[in-house]
Write a protein that binds this ligand. Structure first.
Ligand code: DON
Length: 572
């Protein structure tokens, strides 16, 4: 059955005003001034997916750095100790609150497609999608954004030279560390792919095997590349020796990067998406992330209901219906704002949400339309998020990724740089889902120099009494995790409770609600099924790292997702 979900064309024509920080063509306007309190916490909180990275952040704070220097230290150290999730060959998105200016900023260090990108490279000779080209080896890799993004962050917002903020990563890569069970598991899982490329095997399979439990593992080539970045900034990666090695390695393995692709790469500042909900101001990721638009659309829909007065089943019902509608728009409209016109004024408008609310039935699921789709893949935990608040009240959330586990599994010889497989985040083959089951439209088709759409949603929630930095990995589930985290935080939950809260997820297609064990009690599940929902149990997902700030007693709190080992939330 096909429901007329919404008459978007008509609404588009009617939308003359909106609350968005964006023009209809996606060009950022200035973000409205923040309402973050002027009081300073006097101490700092960091939560990341690895204790070595959290400690690297505190080391740099102790040297006189601010939250943004600490973020450079955490991100670069994660590149060394959690390479399965993010790193020097990947990209990130960052939401910042600059306390002294009471200003919010978004940094887009997302990868771009090389100019020579050719959609036919992602098809088999019989026209079926070539998933190996999309996910493994150099054709799957976009031009990395992480080095340029960290250089921008340090130079524009940090206090310390890169030689100080990158020092913990360089030291850890050179002296070595004991990989945690997640990294060892990822190397074992991807051993066959790593063996396909000699430099990947040399880095991850010393003596031809994954490192043994408890063995010290070193990455001197990555240390050297970070050193070049510390000395020369962008030029240490995007020009000269490193750039030449990257391009040579990619070509030797059948890829199509050019020196010009690297030289042209720029990290960009964009105006964040800002949405008000129940007295809180949520500052989140704009395109080329779909996350902030979807979160804003969902919150705008939910604004029309009193969730607190509902039973569990109805609360979940309205949240799921809002998720369904936001993900539909995600698939239809969103892409790189530098390449596509997006109706953001419409998508972010409260009037548009009013329209969407009209066809949500009180006791019945709305079936998603029957578009061709494939099963969503296990969202995995390969991407990372960390949150920082410093003693001056600067806040930063960074979600950073090489995309799927160990990215492309391709290491460029002589650099220690593991390349991402972010090209799969484009709609590479029309009407075919990516690894997260997401479908895309022309707006997210691959094109030279274009950024692929992301779900990464680092978010800052600012209230009169409490504020928080929230984010998580998890592919398409990032959006719903962050949304649920925001709702739990606004309901009064602590950092630990927000990170631990059980999760559910709906992404329009496939038309199922993914449920973590224990998220709904038996009666709620029965009621939801009666409303027409298909509930599908899934292994726990996400790796949320949260820092909260209570303005009433000026206390910080930091929590790392209890679902995973190695994470550390710490306040000092
Ligand atoms: O940018 C994105 O949306 C994806 N590349 C993120 C991948 C991810 O979160 C993987 N794992 N959990």
């Amino acid at each position: 059955m096909n429901f007329p979900l919404h008459s978007r064309a008509l609404l588009l024509a009617l939308m003359l005003t909106g609350s968005a920080a964006f023009a209809a063509d996606g060009a950022p306007k200035t973000a409205p001034a923040s309402t973050a309190p002027a009081v300073r916490p006097g101490h700092a909180g960091i939560a990341s997916a690895n204790f070595l990275a959290t400690n690297a952040g505190f080391e740099v704070l102790a040297k006189g750095g601010n939250a943004f220097d600490a973020a450079v230290a955490v991100a670069s150290t994660l590149s060394v100790v959690e390479p399965e999730s993010s790193g020097i060959g990947g990209g990130f998105m960052a939401t910042l609150h600059i306390a002294k200016d009471n200003r919010d900023v978004f940094i887009d260090a997302r990868e771009t497609a090389p100019m020579a990108v050719n959609p036919r490279d992602y098809l088999n000779p019989d026209g079926t999608p070539n998933r190996d080209a999309a996910l493994k080896g150099p054709l799957s890799a976009g031009i990395p954004g992480e080095p340029a993004g960290l250089v921008l962050l340090a130079k524009r917002y940090g206090r310390l030279p890169l030689s100080v903020s990158l020092a913990p990563a360089i030291r850890t890569a050179r002296d070595g560390f004991k990989p945690d069970s997640r990294l060892l598991g990822a190397i074992r899982e991807e051993q066959k792919n790593l063996e396909r490329w000699p430099a990947s095997a040399a880095k991850f399979l010393p003596n031809g095997q994954p490192p043994a439990d408890g063995e010290i593992w070193r990455d001197p080539e990555q240390a050297r590349t970070w050193e070049l970045i510390a000395e020369k900034g962008d030029a240490g990666f995007y020009h000269g020796e490193t750039a030449q090695k990257l391009v040579d390695a990619v070509h030797a393995a059948g890829g199509n990067w050019s020196l010009q692709d690297l030289a042209n790469y720029r990290a960009k500042e964009r105006a964040p998406i800002v949405v008000d909900y129940r007295g809180y101001r949520i500052v989140t990721a704009p395109p080329p992330s779909s996350g902030g638009v979807a979160i804003a659309e969902i919150l705008n829909i939910l604004r029309g209901y009193d969730l607190a007065k509902m039973d569990q089943a109805h609360r979940a019902h309205y949240i799921i219906e809002a998720m369904r509608r936001a993900f539909r728009d995600h698939n239809d409209y969103l892409g790189d704002p530098d390449f596509v016109k997006m109706p953001l004024d419409m998508l972010l408008s409260p009037f548009y949400a009013d329209g969407l609310r009209q066809n949500i039935l009180p006791d019945q699921a709305t079936p998603s339309s029957m578009l061709p789709h494939g099963p969503a893949h296990d969202p995995g935990m390969h991407t990372t998020h960390f949150s920082i608040i410093d003693k001056d009240g600067n806040m930063v959330g960074i979600t950073s990724t090489v995309n799927y586990v160990l990215g492309s599994t391709f290491v460029a010889k002589g650099t220690g740089v593991l390349l991402n497989d972010e090209m799969d985040d484009f709609a590479l083959v029309p009407d075919q889902p990516n690894v997260y089951g997401l479908l895309g439209s022309k707006a997210n088709a691959p094109q030279g120099g274009k950024r692929m759409l992301s779900s990464m949603s680092p978010s800052i929630v600012v209230g009169k009494d409490r504020s928080a930095v929230i984010g998580s990995p998890g592919g398409s589930t990032i959006i719903t995790q962050v949304l649920e985290g925001i709702l739990h935080f606004i309901d009064g939950d602590s950092a630990q409770q927000v990170a631990a809260a059980k999760r559910f997820h709906h992404q329009f297609l496939p038309d199922v609600v993914y449920v973590e064990d224990g998220v709904f009690d038996a009666a709620t599940s029965a009621e939801l099924k009666k409303m027409g929902y298909t509930l599908k149990p899934r292994e726990p997902w996400g790796y949320m790292n949260v820092v909260t700030w209570d303005h009433r007693d000026n206390k910080l709190d930091a929590a790392s997702d209890p679902r995973r080992p190695s994470g550390l939330g710490k306040v000092e």
